[in-house]
Unconditional design. Structure first.
Lengths: 360, 341, 309
């Protein structure tokens, strides 16, 4: 093994993977949470939080993941970060499989991929100063105190906080927006390439949300970052994403370029979701409910297509067969939808005609 | 706002507006600091109207609502007039206030899980309210509860009567809470961010439901939210609050369309929606005010792009632009352009 | 409030620049511990109690200098003199030894028997608890269920049983009490560590690839130590009473050692002769124990700051 490696040394950092290589490829990710009950605490049911999810994130793009509660988007984020161990599935980071001997270890992945959490009082250690919170990770990885502090000061400036004022403050002295900036600075402390933002602006006031979003866009351009942006807020996802993925009950129902999803959505759930956005114009109010009922619990998802219980177009085939995630004949590149109506030959009476593309 | 003609005596109660606040000020006095959460708010709501109070955190919107219900903590000091259906809430005794909660005024909250009692079934909770205020027996009260659950479009209502709150989903809990609030047919309904914690597909259902119920029952509604879209969907009138004051009021078309106050303009243009991709968002610089250390002069001046010397020295004047249309800004005469240009 | 003269709309700055120029933290604070201190200073009860405790500790430490008789020198003639006797202001005990000397010197053993077992249990139990709380899963179950076994016994019975096994004597009593206090300390450390463990900033620390030891040291400890220490302080009062009980039963300190529990036992017979003198060791146990109790209570409330904006 060692002579093999000497013969083919790994490529240098800069050209590892190359520009065409997606930064992150996720394949068949699965996570079921067991529900224990009974006298012996046996597993009585499973919450199928993430069920066979595959996607990729290209270098320099923003992938928006959108969905309602229970869809599995936050769990997906934690699975990618390896904060939770996946039950099944593979992750490939910049061409290297994660967790494999010849690939990249989880520890090394953690230096490349960082996460910005939802702002809350628990997102920063209340006993550490802002400066210590940010410099914690670099110092633990071996950076000397002085250099770590210098980096922290630079980062604070980058996120719009004056270092002399903020280095020695405690989190409770800051407002929500300022704390979120600190969260972002902390995530950037290890100089990652991929940032996962899990509901990062959801807890902020609207006027602060705009500030932080502008900041995120700036930082992405400045540091050449790639984002995975997870949110339930359709407007924010539309603003910041290049590519969008819609999740429902642990599955991906539609994915594609942002304009395609928002202007030309095909999946009935996506369309209903987009129609549920409150209208900003009092003259054009919503007249009828786009969707009835509540999102079902992931404990016992419906058979076949999980959305069929709320879908106006559900038919027998929808209960029998789970629709695969496929491109349609007339869709742009990197677009896929999981619905029998857009799968020629699926058996659905309203299925479109034409040659179907293999999942690509 | 339209001031109804007031007549003396019994007739006055009939003619009185649903809600009337005159110079309401709520001050929280604690050992180390005093904070004016609400600072001189005046508004009038006619019967059958929907008013939305739009504001961010710290604006005082929730405190205003609680002052209407009489749900203030001990360290809160109220001044000014608070009247609901012609009756002075602030002057009432505890017992009188409890008596009007339900038949006259009711409230729905943001988190149904914490507002509903977890150890009683939904049916029991609704029936209890009806029995307390109307004195009928349990069986009739349960029948009414069933009707109410059907009115709020809960499927399988009969089964749901026996459900506990934790057995229901978020949207259903919110519907149950609405049913509880409407149990005694109140004339005024207060809603404190009832859809903020809900998924967007459920949110639109609840909003449509509230609109429909309001049309059927003719209640006056005061809706508090930070979401401009929700305000557009549901209101007749809008009041924008900042740092405890009403900075702009008017009909929903006037406020959302004209946006005379710089804060309203900034709030609306910085709210993310639709076609804002590709360009930086317009934003209001700075942060929400610290109510304990408000600056002299207009509270919004530190963040305002149009502030002049006078704004930092004197309180902003209330400019009345029409009936019910008030803007608290010296620039109220000329419409402001977009915040960044 | 600074004077701002803005006569024209500022040009569009980058988000960061605009924020740096206008950013100002909303509050000014000296940190968590200063806040705790200022709250403590306002709490008269706790301050008084701590002062009393301090005095007792000082007397115990400097016993030879504040007393004028040998605590072991008895005299048959001077047995059971009442309180206020010239030269023996607290009287004498049943063998004629000066009570004030006995109390002051006895304070050393009694205070030690309060603090030592808790200190030992804190180190062992605290560590076990933090490990159990952080690790979760099987390790947690193993540790906690083992502790549950010890919990099944009332503390005094457990102490007696262990003393019985080890034999009587002061050090054995300390050992027995340490073992008795390990389970409650494990329980509280585990509980509070598990709470902190679930907070987002711990996830963020894990996500940054740092080792478990580093995370526990930098993030967990600072947040749990306060609660654990306060609980431990409240156990001191229990320990003093328990060790007095053990001595009373003959399982702790042995005569002629001066120790309050032992003294209480010895003076029992004198209760009809000199009730005041007989009560004094008991009163000391009571006062010291109460002081520790109230002090830990005060610390707990002072540390329970809801950090308001």
């Amino acid at each position: 093994m060692s002579s093999f490696q000497a013969y083919f040394p790994p490529p240098p950092e800069e050209i590892r993977g190359g520009a065409a290589q997606p930064l992150l490829i996720v394949q068949n990710l699965k996570k079921y949470f067991p529900v224990r009950g009974g006298i012996l605490n046996r597993v009585t049911a499973e919450v199928k939080a993430v069920d066979d999810v595959s996607f990729e994130v290209r270098k320099g793009e923003v992938l928006g993941i959108v969905g309602e509660s229970g869809c599995g988007k936050s769990t997906t984020a934690r699975l990618v970060m390896q904060l939770i161990a996946p039950d099944e599935g593979t992750l490939v980071y910049d061409g290297d499989p994660v967790g494999h001997l010849r690939g990249i270890s989880v520890a090394a992945l953690r230096k490349q991929v960082q996460m910005v959490f939802q702002e809350s009082f628990a997102s920063l250690n209340p006993r550490l100063t802002v400066g210590d919170s940010i410099s914690y990770a670099p110092r633990m990885h071996g950076l000397p105190r002085a250099e770590a502090d210098a980096r922290t000061q630079r980062l604070l400036r980058e996120v719009g906080l004056n270092p002399t004022q903020y280095m020695r403050r405690y989190p409770h002295e800051l407002s929500g927006g300022q704390r979120q900036r600190v969260n972002i600075a902390r995530a950037l402390a290890l100089q990652p390439k991929l940032l996962i933002l899990d509901e990062s602006v959801s807890a902020l006031d609207k006027s602060i949300e705009a500030q932080v979003l502008n900041l995120l866009v700036e930082l992405k351009q400045k540091f050449d970052l790639t984002y995975m942006f997870i949110s339930h807020d359709l407007n924010v996802v539309e603003f910041i994403s290049d590519h969008v993925m819609v999740m429902y009950l642990g599955k991906v129902v539609e994915t594609g370029p942002v304009e395609e999803i928002y202007r030309n959505a095909r999946h009935p759930y996506t369309r209903a979701l987009l129609k549920s956005k409150p209208s900003f114009d009092p003259a054009k109010r919503t007249r009828e409910m786009p969707l009835t009922g509540d999102p079902p619990s992931p404990l016992n998802p419906p058979s076949g297509c999980r959305f069929r219980t709320r879908c106006n177009f559900a038919q027998e085939v929808c209960a029998a067969v789970e629709p695969p995630l496929l491109a349609t004949p007339d869709s742009p590149a990197r677009y896929q939808v999981a619905c029998h109506m857009f799968n020629p030959g699926s058996g659905h009476t309203q299925a479109i005609s034409g040659a179907s593309h293999v999942a690509g | 706002m339209l001031q109804a003609e007031t007549k003396v005596g019994v007739v006055a109660a009939l003619e009185a507006p649903a809600v009337q606040l005159e110079n309401l000020t709520v001050e929280f006095i604690r050992r180390d600091r005093q904070v004016k959460a609400v600072n001189g708010v005046s508004l009038t709501l006619a019967r059958g109207e929907i008013l939305t109070i739009l504001g961010e955190s710290g604006s005082g919107k929730s405190v205003t609502l609680r002052a209407l219900m009489g749900l203030m903590p001990d360290y809160a000091h109220l001044s000014g007039k608070v009247s609901v259906m012609g009756r002075d809430v602030a002057a009432m005794t505890r017992a009188e206030r409890a008596a009007i909660r339900g038949p006259v005024i009711a409230m729905i909250f943001q988190e149904p899980m914490t507002a509903l009692d977890p150890v009683f079934t939904i049916g029991d909770q609704i029936a209890e309210i009806i029995m307390t205020h109307e004195g009928i027996d349990k069986r009739s009260a349960m029948k009414r509860a069933l009707e109410l659950l059907e009115m709020v479009s809960i499927p399988s209502a009969a089964r749901r009567l026996k459900n506990y709150p934790h057995e229901m989903s978020g949207g259903m809990r919110q519907r149950a809470m609405i049913a509880m609030a409407l149990a005694c047919r109140p004339s005024v309904l207060l809603a404190d961010e009832p859809t903020t914690a809900l998924d967007v597909t459920v949110q639109i259902q609840i909003l449509l439901l509230l609109r429909q119920l309001q049309a059927e029952l003719g209640m006056a509604v005061v809706f508090v939210t930070h979401d401009v879209g929700v305000a557009a969907e549901i209101s007749d009138k809008v009041g924008v609050m900042y740092a405890g004051r009403l900075v702009e009021t008017g009909t929903v078309t006037e406020v959302l369309g004209e946006r005379r106050h710089p804060y309203t303009a900034g709030l609306l243009s910085s709210t993310v929606h639709g076609g804002m991709r590709g360009k930086p968002l317009e934003m209001i610089r700075g942060q929400p005010p610290n109510l304990a250390t408000l600056p002299i002069g207009c509270a919004f001046a530190p963040r305002c792009n149009y502030a002049v010397d006078r704004c930092h020295k004197e309180d902003a004047p209330e400019v009345e632009l029409g009936e019910g249309r008030i803007v608290r800004c010296i620039r109220a005469e000329t419409p402001p352009d977009s915040v960044t240009n | 409030m600074k004077e701002v003269n803005v006569t024209d709309v500022p040009a569009l700055q980058s988000a960061a620049e605009a924020a740096v120029a206008a950013s100002e933290p909303i509050g000014s604070d000296a940190g968590y511990w200063r806040n705790v201190w200022s709250r403590l200073k306002r709490d008269k009860v706790t301050m008084t109690v701590t002062a009393i405790l301090f005095m007792i500790v000082m007397i115990a430490i400097f016993a030879p200098w504040v007393t004028f008789h040998d605590p072991y020198a008895g005299s048959v003639l001077r047995r059971l003199k009442p309180v206020g006797t010239p030269n023996h202001w607290l009287g004498t005990d049943e063998t004629g030894r000066d009570l004030w000397s006995r109390i002051a010197h006895g304070g050393r053993l009694s205070l030690l028997s309060g603090v030592l077992p808790v200190g030992i249990a804190l180190m062992i139990g605290g560590l076990l608890g933090v490990i159990a709380g952080y690790a979760g899963g099987r390790i947690n179950t193993m540790i906690m269920r083992t502790m549950d076994v010890f919990y099944a016994f009332p503390s005094i019975l457990l102490a007696i049983a262990i003393c019985g096994m080890l034999g009587s004597g002061f050090t054995n009593a300390i050992l027995a009490l340490s073992i008795v206090f390990i389970p409650p300390l494990v329980r509280i450390s585990e509980s509070v560590t598990a709470q902190v463990r679930s907070l987002d900033f711990v996830d963020a620390a894990k996500a940054s690839g740092t080792t478990t030891a580093q995370i526990i040291r930098h993030h967990i400890l600072a947040n749990v130590l306060g609660t654990i220490l306060v609980y431990a302080t409240s156990l001191i009062s229990v320990s003093i009473v328990l060790s007095a009980g053990l001595s009373f039963l003959g399982l702790g300190a042995k005569p002629p050692q001066a120790e309050w529990g032992l003294m209480l036992n010895a003076l029992r017979q004198a209760i009809y002769v000199q009730p005041l003198v007989a009560a004094i060791p008991g009163v000391m146990i009571f006062i010291t124990s109460m002081c520790f109790n109230l002090m830990s209570d005060g610390f707990r409330s002072a540390m329970d700051i809801r950090l308001e904006q």
